[in-house]
Ligand binder design. Structure first.
Ligand SMILES: N[C@@H](CCC(=O)N[C@@H](CS)C(=O)NCC(=O)O)C(=O)O
Length: 221
């Protein structure tokens, strides 16, 4: 039987290494014990007609499994989680909570973090002009992290006292703050992130994303 195929970049600049969203899909597949193949693409291939048929916005990742093709990392992780109790409890209440927190990670916590990263990637003169808006965005991110910390309290995971796809997505969202001190200065959130990242499935997924970057680094990178 053929293995599912996940698209990933052959190489990205260091600021994005370890953050590209195929990591979520690789991690979910590792947790579920599903072997997969890679469809490695170059930064220019993503706008090819062939790739745009798979991913209309030309982004990574895509997921191909037999006749089926998907895009959107959250949808793909949910699809995998629906087939594996390693990612979602069997009980309907646990399933509902897992899905709720998966969407919370992507729809409530990630958007201000994405905005912050976009601002921080702008050239210096744009950043200079955007200082006030950046402060407002940081405040929004901080607010989300505060509420996340309050919800977690003494819990080790978001749902049902166990690791689920909700923790998987939330961890990848928190990782995107690695160039700031926003997570590092919140001990309970930092401990939560590190706990999830210590999972062997995460370590395998991260190593798998990083391997092509080392092999395909341009001469001056
Ligand atoms: N919502 C999409 C976002 C995908 C996304 O932003 N992918 C990035 C890499 S992490 C990308 O391909 N960026 C290039 C671009 O947007 O042109 C998902 O979760 O799959």
């Amino acid at each position: 039987m053929s293995q599912p195929k996940v698209s990933a970049y052959r190489w990205v600049p260091p600021f994005a290494q370890g953050l590209v969203r195929d990591l979520r899909v690789r991690w979910a597949l590792e947790e579920a014990g599903i072997a997969y193949e890679e469809r490695l693409i170059g930064l220019s291939d993503q706008k090819s007609e062939e790739y745009l048929r798979l991913q209309p916005f030309g982004q990574v990742p895509t997921f191909e499994d037999g006749e089926m093709a998907m895009f959107e990392s959250g949808a793909i992780v949910l699809h995998i989680a629906e087939q594996s109790e390693a990612l979602m409890p069997a009980h309907p209440v646990g399933r509902a909570q897992t899905k709720t927190w998966m969407f919370a990670a992507l729809n409530s916590v990630e958007p201000p973090i994405t905005m912050l990263n976009m601002l921080d990637l702008q050239p210096a003169e744009v950043r200079e002009r955007a200082k006030e808006i950046r402060a407002a965005v940081v405040e929004r991110v901080q607010g989300r992290l505060d509420r996340l910390a309050a919800f977690l309290g003494g819990r080790e995971h978001l749902v049902a006292n166990r690791f689920t796809a909700a923790d998987l997505l939330m961890t990848t969202v928190l990782r995107a703050l690695r160039n700031t001190d926003l997570v590092g200065k919140m001990p309970s959130i930092e401990a939560y992130r590190l706990r999830c990242e210590a999972r062997p499935a995460f370590q395998k997924a991260l190593a798998a994303q990083m391997a092509p970057f080392a092999a395909n680094a341009p001469p001056n990178a």
